[in-house]
Design a protein around this ligand. Structure first.
Ligand code: HEM
Length: 153
């Protein structure tokens, strides 16, 4: 019973905190890039790209930590057994070798190759419909109501 409760708690935290921040990050990115806000308001079929591009551009989990189980070499760097490694997900998602103009928030880009090492990714991808529900269509929804809203740069 305790294991079940612990797992439910894990799912609640892992699924809730990340998704909440993803929605907030998407809204801030849209408000800072009014051309992209206008684009997705005009073409709501871009909403899945909005979710993926937000995961790339401003991912809710910026880094994770690991400990090497054995000596290993990655891209010329030697990591000794038991060495601690910090994986900068946010940096990998702005890698100019992978993405053109990586610092641009661009809903038309191909986001393939962005990193989101989520163990619950199947659940997470179902969850990604949530922002779509928030924004689907433009009448009476967040997108419709806030299209003229601007934030200070
Ligand atoms: C946009 C939303 C999400 C993001 C950005 C995200 C990101 C991540 C990341 C980076 C990890 C790896 C953590 C690590 O290994 O140190 C992770 C693990 C995990 N995620 Fe997600 N996640 C999201 C949504 C969800 C959802 C909706 C669920 C479940 C309902 C979920 C369940 C999990 C679980 C169970 C783990 C494994 C935790 C562990 O190993 O202890 N995630 N997630």
């Amino acid at each position: 019973m305790q294991a079940i409760l612990q797992f439910v708690l894990l799912l609640l935290i892992a699924g809730n905190e990340t998704t909440t921040n993803l929605i907030g990050n998407a809204i801030v990115a849209l408000l800072r890039n009014p051309d992209q806000l206008e684009l997705v308001a005009a073409e709501p079929e871009l909403i899945p790209n909005l979710v993926e591009e937000t995961l790339r551009y401003d991912t809710p989990v910026q880094f994770i930590a690991r400990r090497a189980t054995r000596d290993v070499e990655i891209a010329g760097a030697r990591i000794p057994a038991n060495g601690r490694v910090v994986v900068l997900i946010g940096s990998a998602n702005r890698d100019e070798r992978q993405f053109d103009d990586p610092d641009d928030f661009d809903l038309t880009r191909d986001t393939k190759g962005h990193v989101n090492p989520c163990a619950g990714d199947a659940a997470a991808s179902t969850d990604r419909t949530m922002p779509a529900n928030l924004t689907a269509g433009t009448q009476g929804t967040w997108l419709g109501r806030c299209i003229d809203f601007r934030v200070a740069q």
